[in-house]
Design a protein. Structure first.
Ligand code: SUG
Length: 418
């Protein structure tokens, strides 16, 4: 049975605040602060438990090997000698934001296989070296070639940031959908990370029919305000598209195309006079997981707790759920450690519509497995990392050992490089 499975990136032991992402306001604001990797990972695990409790299918991905010695080597350096900005980039735990791991086109939209293209993430140096190890992990989790086709990344210079700039509208997850690719154009104060050519390449590689694909531009206004990915200002689930008024460059033309290609669409536009773009970005209201609850429970938003603490946002959301629309429930979750680097609940997960029976079971979460992951995190994850510690060989050892223990606990030691 086809189902939406949310694969969360387990927050790695090197989680730190190095301010590496220009255009990501949270990352810049918290640069230089101490981080709390253990607490961060426990927050992520608590979110997974929460979602399993709602009856949703849950998976996870392992953190990548950090600091990335192979990447440093390819730059002709190593940890002790690297300049601080390169060292920080080698240490980043950014693979936790699994929404940027890949773009997924489920089987009903394609030739019958679920197509997966790993994202090249080439705009930001600290993210550009994720893809080889992410690809290895995707090839393992989705090794069943009868049901999945995992593609290599789109080549440079076309930046691709994966599912964060991709939405899918459908009547039910298991039926054919219309896939929406949102790209940005450079020229503003901040980089546009999703290139139009990359979006088109992914759609072609996945074999999507033209009549069921939409390409639309992200508004420059949104990028300049700090929406470095579309999923900071819009989210879709089944027939619902939930977006800020200023999310798209050509909103009316885009909505008209949505209605033409998918007449069942229910579009909810949040007006700027109710929630300003600044409040939307600060609260990460749209970086909610918009999910369909089992047993005709309607749809729910799994939101960062910051949304509850932003008065205009919380007032709007409470009006929304008391109306007669599809969205009925609000569940705030605490992922503050990730939020401080610009990653909300939706950034932390990659949605894959598939039959869980065909996924490598080692990547599927159960409460018992989350218990054993929790034990490893509690025992081995550093409690805190200050940016000046990144030069210390002892930290590298602690971080590598922690990941190794997790791989062993999850029977995934074959992903080990160190
Ligand atoms: O790419 N932050 C990530 C946040 C990614 C959020 N993902 C989605 N919106 N889907 C990024 O900007 C910060 C790392 C640092 O500054 O150390 C960072 O990479």
């Amino acid at each position: 049975m086809l189902q939406e499975i949310n694969f969360d990136g387990i927050i790695g032991p090197s989680h730190n605040y190095a301010g590496l992402s220009l255009g990501n306001i949270a990352s810049s604001t918290h640069a230089g602060e101490p981080s709390f990797p253990r607490q961060a990972a426990l927050q992520g695990i608590a979110k997974m438990r929460h979602n399993i409790g709602l009856g949703l299918a849950q998976g996870f991905f392992m953190p990548l090997d950090r600091p990335n010695a192979a990447w440093l080597d390819s730059l002709g350096t190593q940890l002790a000698a690297a300049e601080p900005h390169i060292r920080a980039a080698a240490y980043s735990a950014s693979s936790m934001w699994a929404a940027n791991a890949a773009t997924i086109s489920p089987a009903p939209d394609t030739d019958g296989k679920c197509h997966i293209t790993v994202a090249n993430l080439q705009t930001m140096p600290h993210r550009s070296h994720e893809w080889p190890d992410t690809l290895a992990q995707l090839r393992l989790a989705f090794a069943d070639g009868e049901h999945f086709k995992v593609h290599a990344p789109v080549p440079p210079p076309f930046g691709d940031e994966g599912a964060a700039n991709h939405m899918r509208l459908c009547t039910a997850h298991g039926s054919a959908g219309v896939e929406i690719f949102v790209y940005g154009k450079s020229g503003g104060p901040f980089p546009a990370r999703q290139h139009f050519e990359a979006s088109k390449a992914v759609a072609r590689k996945h074999g999507l029919a033209e009549s069921r694909v939409i390409f639309t531009e992200q508004s420059e206004k949104a990028i300049s305000a700090g929406a470095f990915h579309n999923d900071v200002v819009a989210v879709a689930n089944e027939r619902v598209l939930f977006a800020h008024e200023h999310a798209f460059a050509e909103r009316e033309a885009f909505y008209a195309e949505v209605k033409r290609k998918f007449p069942e669409a229910e579009i909810i536009t949040v007006p700027a006079d109710k929630v300003s773009l600044a409040d939307a970005i600060k609260s990460y209201l749209f970086n909610a997981q918009l999910v369909t609850l089992p047993d005709n429970g309607g749809m729910a938003l799994i939101l960062p707790s910051e949304a509850q603490e932003t008065p205009a946002v919380w007032t709007y959301l409470n009006e929304l759920i008391t109306g007669n629309g599809a969205i009925r429930k609000l569940y705030p979750v605490d992922v503050r450690q990730s939020m401080a680097n610009g990653g909300g609940p939706a950034c932390l997960r990659l949605r894959v519509v598939a039959d869980p029976a065909y996924v490598d079971p080692r990547f599927i979460a159960t409460p018992e497995k989350l218990d054993s992951i929790t034990s490893v995190v509690e025992e081995y994850w550093p409690e805190t990392i200050r940016p000046d510690q990144l030069a210390s060989p002892a930290l590298a050892e602690t971080v590598q050992n922690a990941r190794r223990k997790l791989l062993e606990a999850c029977d995934l030691a074959e992903l080990s490089r160190s």
